[in-house]
Design a protein around this ligand. Structure first.
Ligand code: GLN
Length: 543
């Protein structure tokens, strides 16, 4: 079978969940035994989202091979359990950089370099890169942005050409929004019609329409959309608000989304997708009664996309522990010694979030001190781990001015310091220590027990590290460095063994937690939080 290409575009408004629809389709095709990958093409000019502020773009996701990627790649991995890489995320910046490099090399000698054909050819080449490996039956390509944006025009032109060139091996799925006008008590399909027209104007006839809606769209209305948009009536399906994103594959399957896609690509669907393992997870979501309360201390609390992967990892862990997750975002900038007790006391476990820079960092120290003194399960991730180290140095080891040189370049107790190889770096983009590295865990440590092994591989995104010079003082003073890189000896995991659960990781375990393969460290943390919550209840049953 030829590799089949499925394009997913969006119209009317952004944030419709193209990533979730693409991931759900991938899940269904995988469950039918096909080999599938998903890639995201982003129309902005940044080379990658690594330098983007979370306010602009939510979380920056990191792939195994060290690419700083769009957060949708996180959804792809969580749904498919398949690793993505640099090749799965392309931006306009990358496309132009490559074309300009070729121009400088002389590859186009004699030609005027233009958007069409040079930029569109480069996009087409990138689209087919993964498909050409022969590793996939289906390549799903999500085009970022909204149809009609100036920036997405070259991508749509590339899609049009590919559809023309590859015929039956390509289909286009368009996701739009059907608003509900409350005063008129009516759903409105006009924006969808306009959006499809816009797509048709650039020469793309969508094969399947997915209508995002908050209310059930009657069959007659779907038929009307089909008629106005030249789409087969059974290929107009709805994506109604779901209790969790993990429900979406089933909701799509109920409307035969996967079968329609297969048929449009000339494949006769055989049998049903095997969703057994997925359904175990969904049943656990539905069956969970008891609540586990986790507080996440960070500075981007108003913006939950900033901690997307952490939230999803906690949700997966809570679900597998048969609990409902109550995730409370706690603003680190607003935490003080006076209010910390009141803000944290109802939590069963605390996450100290990753991050960069000074803002909100003192609140993290305040939270860590309170958690340590009250023996609350605490999990520090990246900057969160570094803060655990600094707090311990200041309040237990007597180095009151301890800091990270990221915050105070002159501190004499630089317990967290810039990595040696980072000292000569001047460019900000793509230059952190990125991607997966091995970590050796001390046998018998809490972390090793959680993983059930002493060698793990997790993903990274940092410039600063635990300062080796202080290792002995920490270990003698109680904080154990239980995880390290086997080659460089860089400290990856610290813990306080006498506490219920007090672990910091330099790496980001959240990037590797998927529905079918949840991260063991998150599971162990949530278990500890549940146990602690129960203990608290037994001590004060009326609270
Ligand atoms: N700012 C810290 C560093 O660069 C931590 C980064 C992070 O939390 N991702 O090392």
């Amino acid at each position: 079978m030829n590799t089949k290409y499925i394009f997913v575009t969006g119209g009317v408004v952004s944030s419709l969940g193209k990533g979730i629809i693409s991931s759900s389709l991938a899940r269904l095709l995988l469950s039918r035994g096909y080999r599938v990958t998903i890639q995201k093409f982003d129309p902005y000019i940044n080379i990658d989202p690594g330098t983007l502020n979370p306010y602009e773009h939510g979380e920056c996701y990191v792939t195994v091979d060290g690419h700083e990627a769009d957060l949708d790649l996180g959804h792809y991995e969580r749904f498919t359990n398949i690793r993505t890489s640099r090749a799965n995320n392309v931006t306009t910046g990358r496309v132009y950089q490559s074309v300009i490099d070729k121009e400088r090399r002389g590859d186009y000698l004699g030609k005027t370099v233009q958007i069409i054909p040079h930029i569109t050819d480069e996009i087409k080449r990138d689209v087919k890169l993964l498909g050409n490996t022969g590793d996939y039956d289906f390549v799903i390509t999500e085009i970022g942005g909204t149809v009609g944006d100036i920036e997405s025009t070259p991508y749509l032109e590339a899609v049009r050409q590919l559809k023309w060139e590859m015929g039956d091996d390509v289909i286009s799925i368009h996701l739009t929004y059907v608003p509900y006008i409350r005063a008129a008590k009516e759903l409105k399909t006009k924006p969808t019609q306009h959006s499809v027209k816009q797509l048709q104007q650039v020469g793309i006839q969508p094969d399947v329409l997915v209508l995002r809606t908050e209310h059930d769209i009657p069959a007659a209305m779907r038929r009307k959309v089909a008629q106005f948009c030249n789409v087969a009536a059974d290929a107009v399906i709805q994506s109604i608000d779901a209790p969790t994103i993990y429900q979406v594959p089933l909701m799509m399957h109920e409307q035969k989304f996967d079968e329609i896609v297969l048929r449009k690509l000339g494949i006769v669907p055989q049998g049903e997708p095997d969703l057994k393992a997925w359904n175990v997870f969904l049943d656990k979501i539905a069956g969970a009664q008891e609540v586990v309360n986790i507080g996440l201390v960070g500075k981007y609390v108003e913006l939950q996309d900033a901690y997307k992967s952490i939230g999803e990892s906690l949700f997966q862990a809570a679900t597998y522990c048969d609990h409902r997750l109550n995730l409370v975002y706690i603003h680190s900038e607003k935490l003080t010694d006076e209010n910390v007790e009141e803000r944290l006391r109802d939590m069963d476990g605390i996450i100290i979030a990753p991050g960069f820079g000074q803002r909100g960092i003192e609140g993290k120290f305040t939270a860590i001190k309170w958690c340590r003194e009250h023996d609350v399960p605490t999990f520090g991730i990246c900057l969160g781990m570094q803060c655990m180290v600094i707090e311990y140095a200041r309040n237990v080891l007597g180095m009151t001015d301890a800091n990270s040189t990221e915050i105070d370049t002159k501190t004499p107790h630089n317990v967290i310091d810039l990595m040696e190889e980072q000292k000569s770096i001047t460019n900000m983009g793509g230059t952190m220590r990125l991607g997966a590295y091995d970590c050796e865990l001390r046998p018998g440590s809490r972390a090793a027990k959680a993983y059930g092994t002493t060698t793990v591989s997790e993903r990274h995104r940092h410039r600063f590290e635990f300062n080796e010079e202080f290792r002995r003082r920490f270990e003698e003073g109680g904080m154990q460095c239980v995880g390290q890189n086997p080659r460089t000896k860089l400290v990856e995991v610290v813990e306080l063994p006498e506490k219920r659960w007090f672990i910091g990781t330099q790496y980001h375990p959240e990037y590797q937690s998927t529905v079918l393969n949840p991260n063991p460290l998150f599971i162990d943390f949530v278990k500890a939080a549940i146990a602690y919550g129960r203990e608290k209840k037994e001590e004060a049953p009326n609270k």
